[in-house]
Every structure is written in structure tokens, then in C-alpha cells.
Design a protein around this ligand. Structure first.
Ligand code: BES
Ligand code: MN
Ligand code: ZN
Length: 496
């Protein structure tokens, strides 16, 4: 889908369809008013008839209106002006794209009138692209007969009354974010028999070819040489060999790779729970346990496309968590790369075991900040559902930056505490720490506290995306979150 801007009035620009907004309770946008007066009341007639109420999420396609260059006019319901916020805006854009009709290849959209209070033109343009691009996404790569496309829209024209460089900037940002989101969704949706640790490594190598990102992939021998005993203990239960993927984007100057921001993504390509095996129901969804890793790759792609002036290192520990004769057993004690020993009381708390070694590893880059992204705990779904990701950080400044980025990206997060009082739960009689706390007792916070033990001396934050990175049920699929949040964080770090 291509996006561009056009200086034109809605009735004069010829596309296959032109979309104009109408509010609930009868208020029309300026464009809808123009079309209404040119057509001697076609818009108000549609509303008077009850066919179009202006309610959020509704639309009405009118055809062959006299005096209008486009053969279709789509009325898009915006809801009441008072409730027109981030969500309503995204919904209106998706409604317009869906409503343009299967015959439309191009859509002109008078969306500059769809104003969310407090948001600037750049934000509106970026969000328009990200929202519009959600509509045509299909997970039919592995279907021999492809799903029906809801739209064959190839071109979206933003109708404006004057040029605005901020809008072009927003469109470019939206495009890069949408591309990153699509990559994260695609990788997330692929099954574990295809999306293996080595497959993820290949995807990183593809980023190297396409975007000049420096990629290094460490195999089991090299991971052993680093003494990543916690990561290796999870990996050894599976016949798929582990990979440690290191991807460097150097946008801040050519010299030394200095002060990068480190993104560490959980790359469990399948989480059966291991010997502490999970119940059978919905276990297929544990193919999504690499969505943190996918979001790191998606964000790197977005950042490279935007040529952001910032250095980023993505680190992905990737392996499977399976039961076998070689798998971790409850009670096993492993030695992490940091030297700290861990009693594995539950083999299903594997994410923190692979992340702790990756977090120790990133210290060598002297990162200005480290953010790990992980589908870490079921408990975060109990706390925040699928609306907000869990954000944990002992660093108030970094937490505030990430929350600001989450707000800008409409990819929301909520901060939860990482406090020493919760550390008591990780006491072990036999090792430096256990890998689980008390069942049903602040599980997401305790998991973050575990990671905190490996991030001393770094500015670190943790995003628990178990509730937001994918959906279950009939809409099952990866969401691409938190690529928008992370990209906005890096945009702001790059001063862009
Ligand atoms: N990958 C899971 C967390 C998860 C659960 C992600 C549901 C997405 C949806 C993680 O490895 C896990 O199993 N966590 C355990 C930890 C427990 C054993 C302390 C959990 O949340 O039950
Ligand atoms: Mn698990
Ligand atoms: Zn897991």
C-alpha cells in the first residue's frame, strides 16, 4: 500500500473512492459539508434516512454523486467529537480502508480533518499509515489457497489544503513502523517447525543483506565458550541447536560502535514448559514465545529504514523449551554467565533463564540503556490483559521515556514495581536464587526481580508482552507489538 499527499478538495480529486468523515449527532466535517452542498444534500439525506448515523466503526458507500470526481464517496462514522481519541482515529482509518469497497484500487481520504486533541500532523500521518496497513495483513503464507483480500487498495492519497513537511515525515515513520510490525507479525505467526532458532538467525542475516545491519550468530560451541549455563540448560532439552543472535545497527557516526541502546528479545521458538510441562489446551500458542525476538528484528528494520542517528544492538537468545532425557529437571542447579547459580524449580520459567545470560552478555557493549522484551509471564495477562504491556524498571527516567513512547505510539504500557521486597521470594536453600517465587503471588514482578539481578550497573527496563504480542481465540495471531513503542523510543533517542 502506497501513501502520498495531494493538495486538492475532496470533490475535485479523482480516485476510485473518496472518504469523508461524519460525526454522530449529525455534525459533518468540512469535506462532508462540501460534498453535501455540491450534491444538494446527498450526505444529509443519507443521515436523515438512518443509513448513516455517524457512529464509530460504521461507513456508507455512495456511488456516482453528481459533481464529485470520484465515482464513490465513503461516509466514515467518527463517533462523537468528544470521544474522538487515539483509538477512534485508528478505527476510523481502518473503517475507511475496509469500506472503500472491493472495486477500489485508490482511496482519497480527507483525514486531515480527523483531529485528535493534543496530537500534531506528524502523529496523525504516522498513525494513519500504521492503522491502514493493519487491514490488508494476511497470515496465509502457508495456505495453498490464499485468504480473500478485503481490499485491493494500492494507493492512499491524503487530501490536504497545503504542503506540510511534518506530514511527509509522519508518513515515512508510519511506513517504517508498519513494515517492522509486519515482519514481527509474520515471524510470530510462523510455526515452531519452521521458525526455529536457526530460522531466526537467517532472518537476522536477511536484515544484514537488505539493510546493512551487522549480524553475528553464535552457535552452541560459542555459547558454551561464553559460559552461558542458564541459557544452555534450557536449550539442551531440544534437538534444535540454540543460537545467540547479535545484530548491530550503527546510525550514530561511522567510527566506534559507541553507547548503543541494547534490545534483548526472548526467542523461545516453542515453549512446552519442559519437564514442568504445560497443559495441552492452547499449547500451540507457545509458538508465539519468540515474539520478543521478533519485535527486536522488526524494530531494527524500522530504525534502519528511517536511518535513525542512533546505535542499536539487538541480542536474541533463541532456543526451544522441550522435555527430553537431556532437559532441565526441577531442582537442577545451573551456573549463569554472571557466575550466579540458579535452582531451576520450574522448567517452565525458562524465559528468565535465557534472558539472564543475554543481559549479562550485553554489558560488554556498555549500552546507554537496555530494554528486554519478553512474553515472560502468564501473570501479566491477569494483571493487564491484552491492552497494556507490563513495564518494569528501577530507573524512573528510563521508565518515563518508555511510557512517553508508548503513548506516542498508541502501543500502551503500564509501569509495575521492581522492588527488593519481592526479591525474598527467589531465595533458594541450595543455590544463589531460585527461578520461581510463590505461586499466585506477584509472578510478573518476581520475574522482573529475577532479571534485575543480572542488570546491575546498567540502565535497564523490561517489557512483559505476554498479553499484548499476540491474540488467542478466533483472531489468533501476532500483533507486532511492541514494535511501535520501541521505534518511538528510538526516534526520540535519536532526536528525530
Ligand atoms: N512463555 C510463558 C509465559 C506465557 C504464558 C506467555 C502465556 C504467553 C502466554 C513463560 O515461559 C512461562 O511459562 N511462565 C510461567 C512462569 C511460572 C512457571 C513461574 C507462567 O507464567 O506460568
Ligand atoms: Mn515457560
Ligand atoms: Zn516461555
Amino acid at each position: 500500500m502506497e501513501f502520498n499527499t495531494k493538495i486538492a478538495l475532496p470533490e475535485a480529486f479523482k480516485a476510485d473512492c473518496v472518504a469523508v468523515g461524519v460525526f454522530a449527532e449529525g455534525a459533518l466535517t468540512a469535506s462532508a459539508r462540501r460534498i453535501d452542498s455540491i450534491t444538494r444534500g446527498a450526505v444529509r439525506a443519507a443521515m436523515a434516512s438512518g443509513d448513516m448515523t455517524g457512529a464509530r466503526g460504521t461507513s456508507l458507500l455512495l456511488r456516482q454523486l453528481p459533481g464529485v470526481a470520484s465515482s464513490r464517496v465513503l461516509l466514515v462514522g467518527l463517533g462523537t467529537p468528544a470521544e474522538f481519541g487515539d483509538r477512534a482515529y485508528g478505527e476510523a482509518v481502518r473503517t475507511a480502508v475496509k469500506g472503500a469497497g472491493p472495486g477500489s484500487g485508490s482511496l482519497a481520504i480527507a483525514a486531515s480533518e480527523w483531529q485528535v486533541k493534543g496530537r500534531d500532523p506528524r502523529w496523525h500521518a504516522s498513525m494513519l499509515v500504521v492503522s491502514a496497513r493493519e487491514v490488508p495483513f494476511r497470515a496465509d503464507e502457508l495456505k495453498s489457497k490464499k485468504d480473500d483480500a478485503p481490499t485491493r487498495l494500492a494507493r492512499l492519497h491524503l487530501l490536504l489544503d497545503k504542503r506540510d513537511a511534518a506530514i511527509d515525515k509522519g508518513l515515512a515513520e508510519g511506513r517504517a513502523i508498519a513494515n517492522g510490525v509486519d515482519l514481527a507479525k509474520r515471524l510470530g505467526n510462523l510455526p515452531a517447525n519452521i521458525c526455529t532458532p536457526e530460522f531466526l538467525a537467517q532472518q537476522a542475516r536477511k536484515l544484514q543483506r537488505d539493510w546493512g545491519i551487522g549480524v553475528q550468530v553464535l552457535d552452541r560451541g560459542q555459547i558454551e565458550a561464553l559460559k552461558m549455563g542458564a541459557f544452555l540448560s534450557v536449550a539442551k532439552g531440544s534437538d534444535q541447536p540454540p543460537r545467540l543472535i547479535v545484530a548491530k545497527y550503527q546510525g550514530a557516526g561511522r567510527g566506534r560502535f559507541a553507547d548503543p541502546i541494547a534490545l534483548v528479545g526472548k526467542g523461545i521458538t516453542f515453549d512446552s514448559g519442559g519437564i514442568s510441562i504445560k497443559p495441552a489446551a492452547e499449547m500451540d500458542e507457545m509458538k508465539f514465545d519468540m515474539c520478543g525476538a521478533a519485535s527486536v528484528l522488526g524494530t531494527l528494520r524500522a530504525v534502519a529504514e528511517l536511518k535513525l542517528k542512533v546505535n542499536v544492538v539487538g541480542v536474541i537468545p533463541a532456543c526451544e523449551n522441550l522435555p527430553s532425557g537431556r532437559a532441565n529437571k526441577p531442582g537442577d542447579i545451573v551456573t549463569s554467565m554472571s557466575g550466579q547459580t540458579i535452582e531451576v524449580l520450574n522448567t517452565d520459567a525458562e524465559g528468565r533463564l535465557i534472558l539472564c545470560d543475554a543481559l549479562t552478555y550485553v554489558q560488554r557493549f556498555k549500552p546507554s540503556a537496555v530494554v528486554d522484551i519478553a512474553t515472560l509471564t502468564g501473570a501479566i495477562i491477569v494483571a493487564l490483559g491484552s491492552v497494556r504491556s507490563g513495564l518494569f524498571s528501577p530507573d524512573d527516567e528510563l521508565a518515563a521515556e518508555l511510557l512517553e513512547a508508548a503513548g506516542q505510539a498508541a502501543d500502551r504500557a503500564w509501569r509495575l514495581p521492581v522492588e527488593d521486597d519481592y526479591q525474598d521470594q527467589l531465595k533458594s536453600n541450595f543455590a544463589d536464587m531460585a527461578n520461581i517465587g510463590i505461586r499466585g503471588n506477584a509472578g510478573s514482578i518476581v520475574a522482573a526481580c529475577f532479571l534485575a539481578r543480572f542488570t546491575k550497573g546498567m540502565r535497564w527496563a523490561h517489557l512483559d508482552v505476554a498479553g499484548t504480542a499476540f491474540r488467542g481465540g478466533s483472531a489468533k495471531g501476532a500483533t507486532g507489538r511492541p514494535v511501535p513503542l520501541l521505534t518511538h523510543f528510538l526516534l526520540s533517542r535519536a532526536g528525530a
